[in-house]
Write a protein that binds this ligand. Sequence first.
Ligand SMILES: [Zn+2]
Length: 504
Amino acid sequence: MTRTMRACVRLAVGGLLLLGAGWCPGCKKPPARQVESPSLENEKPTGPRPNIIIFSIDTLRPDHLGCYGYGRDTSPHIDAFAREGALFENAVSASSWTLPAHASLFTGVACSVHGCTNTDRRLHDKYYTLAERLRDAGYATVGFFSGPYLHPVFGLDQGFDQYIDCTSYAGLMKASAEKTGTVEGQKIWEAMDRDITNPRVLAAVRKWLAGNEHKPFFMFVHMWDVHFDFIPPPPFDKKFDPDYHGDITGERFFFNPKINKNMPRRDLEHIIALYDGEIAWTDMHFGKIIDDLRTRGLLDSSVVIVTADHGTAFFEHGLKGHRNTLFDELIRIPLIVRFPRRIPAGMRIVQQARTVDILPTVLDLADFMPPRLMGQSLAPLFAGRKTDRDDPAISELDTWGHHFESFRRLNRKIIWDLSVDRGVVFDLKHDPTEHVAVQNKRSPVVRACIRDLKFSRGLLKRFRERYPRSPKISDLPDKLFRKLESLGYVGGAEQSPASSAPSP
Ligand SMILES: [Zn+2]
């Protein structure tokens, strides 16, 4: 093997991709279309491998957390957690809804690259997910999901030894998957909106931890209840608006026509108070899991991350919910990392962070070589150093007739509507709520945004050429579903530890 070829192998094993050329310049031919060699290059660990624990709190807006400056006491446990680690003040999601955002979290690439952008798609098996990387490195891997768009039919279970369904409607999802090949539709939406999952998640996590303390593990915990409907159990239902006597409730938030942009301000305030109640309800359960980790002596030896997949809108730009635009109320997310071995307590980091940065950051903190995907390791920031790149945050939406992409930096942002091939630019320094589009096409902020757009589209193009796009579920062989069933995934509520969870 020549020196050049050896260098190529090292690049492939370590996951390094030469973005500009797409292959090693010393090779005569580009490599076959593939994602990465399924192995990790281990650097010498400086100590025992840490456990990796990622909390993804669905629909959680950072500006509704105390540690991000919110006035209400929604998040005492997350706030305490943040005081012990590093908080990213400007974190941005890859999308504004659950499925593509989580696919980017697990793969480290943008949504239009992995292509798992709608419920008719299944993440391509060739992606070397975070769970697969850690499983191959000897970790026990477990995922807990509590919403429909993380169902294994979408392929997000890749690499998890156990992938535990914490919803109450697993049977409904099974029926949907059998009939339509996917998990989507009115019955699923109504079930997911009504579901209260935090106690099931807590019980399932506790049960798993009780038998798996001794091997390094990767645990992914998806917490759903902040997502609408906004129906927190007592006392959280009255915690932030006890004096409301109107007739608006948080039920059927998305489908209730009375909840519209012209609704009385007082009623909208009540809806937001219920959303805040859901955050407090979820924060309490998050705190109990953290307490459990601390009691077992696992907390300080683990990399623990709190983040979200997207935010939600309360008519800031005329719409409610999410999965419909890429304004900041939908794509800004919390990101907090706690790991005392490497991260000083109380850090606040201004540099923009992105969903796709989480995978390389996690591997870096666990002393593995971080792969060079679309994100970058944020670990140098914890040591007071700079990261090697400062690319724009790319967010994308391609669902329900919405086709948007946005390219965001700290002080500027361009949102492009691909349906009409037209964009708007916002000067976030002077217009942080994105209400006054910059009109002067020759202004420096517009020019800079166009540069961001061109750079990012070039990056996306190179990755799309190299990485496989997730197939349509309908194009997959029937055996896929039978495989899921044989693994015990489908109908998981009857089989998972979550089924025995106590009610609130
Ligand atoms: Zn979500």
